[in-house]
Design a protein around this ligand. Structure first.
Ligand code: UDP
Length: 331
């Protein structure tokens, strides 16, 4: 257990709110820093302290000192790939530059541990799947580049200052807290499983399939879907590792090491809902790779972490349960 508080930036967002739950459940003291632009105050468990602030604010230094922060888990940032293509500077500002400012505060206050939300988008279109951490990183959009630049910054900072880091490269995150305490509440979400459960609850009329001519077994895109609660647990395990081995830093894929096609995901949604969701064949979306699957040998070797909800129907069931909570709220 860490001797102090864990600061979670973006803790009011989708993945961040689940990490807050996992950290609290593990007994950590948590202070959330979130500007509430895309996150929701109600998504922050009341056991945590919520401070409404930008991570780039100089004020963050005071928050670190006031709460005796000994680790930062940094989720805050912008996450919509097509938007990053249209408005790249927003991504270099909110992701790269804001993290630089946050690191200035962390280094000035001597914060010893830093966990960073990175992404499989750092790989771009991998030459082979599963893709491993040492494979080439050639992002094909500003979102992936903004995160890769942050990884580079972290390596240099960890070499120069008494801080170690773990960058977790997320594959496709989906599902919701099995206890129903949080879930994906993002307005105007674009992710497949979220869209499909929105269709199942009547928020949408159909699901478009973006491309049926990929070089994959059924022609639709293949992704490695990871349950948000397993992903949240990986952050707690990563923190334990950083504390136990303060001289080591890590970059780790977060995925299950197996892929499902869009059709297989929609089959799971049909199974779980006992419906036949209307599928419409549409053209490819710009910048979508055919297949993205994690080689997860490194994370399994490094962390005291094992997937617990690595079943597609479980992921869909949990996502659907949360979507029904939102529907009841009229959200
Ligand atoms: N996808 C789709 N219809 C949708 C949303 C996504 O066919 O409404 C496909 C997308 O082309 C990709 C996969 O589903 O092959 C996962 O896309 P998502 O946006 O969920 O995540 P990404 O892999 O782009 O981060």
């Amino acid at each position: 257990m860490i001797d102090g508080a864990v600061m979670v930036t973006g803790g009011a967002g989708y993945i961040g709110s689940h990490a807050v739950l996992a950290l609290l459940d593990a007994g950590h003291r948590v202070v959330v820093v979130d500007n509430l632009v895309t996150g929701f105050a109600w998504a922050v468990d009341p056991r945590a302290t919520l401070v409404e602030a930008n991570v780039a604010d100089a004020r963050v230094r005071d928050i670190i000192r006031d709460h005796a922060v000994k680790a930062i888990v940094h989720f805050a940032g912008s996450v919509v790939v097509p938007e990053s293509v249209a408005n790249p500077l927003k991504y270099y500002r909110n992701n790269t530059a804001a993290t630089e400012a946050l690191l200035e505060s962390a280094v000035a206050e001597g914060v010893p541990h830093f966990i960073f939300s990175s992404t499989a988008a750092t790989y771009g279109t991998p030459a082979k799947v599963p893709v491993a951490e040492g494979d080439p990183t050639v992002p094909i959009n500003p979102y992936g580049m903004s995160k890769l630049m942050t990884e580079a910054m972290l390596k240099d900072v960890a070499a120069a200052h008494p801080m170690n880091f773990c960058a977790l490269r997320y594959f496709n995150v989906a599902g919701a807290d099995p206890a129903g305490r949080s879930g994906q509440s993002t307005i105007g979400a674009t992710h497949l499983i979220k869209i499909a459960v929105e269709a199942a609850t009547g928020k949408r009329t159909h699901v478009g399939i973006f491309g049926t001519d990929f070089d994959t077994p059924d022609g639709t895109g293949v992704r490695d879907y990871i349950h948000v609660s397993d992903l949240a647990a990986a952050h707690v395990a990563a923190l334990d590792l950083l504390v136990a081995q303060p001289a080591e830093s890590h970059i780790l894929n977060c995925g299950y090491g197996r892929g499902f096609s869009v059709n297989e995901v929609l089959d799971a949604v049909d199974r779980v809902t006992n419906m036949k969701i209307d599928r419409r064949m549409e053209g490819r979306r710009a910048g979508d790779p055919a297949a993205l699957v994690a080689d997860n040998a490194a994370i399994l070797a490094a962390l005291d972490w094992r997937p617990e909800r690595d079943d597609l129907d479980t992921i869909v069931r949990d996502a659907l349960a949360w979507e029904r909570v939102l529907a009841e709220r009229g959200a």
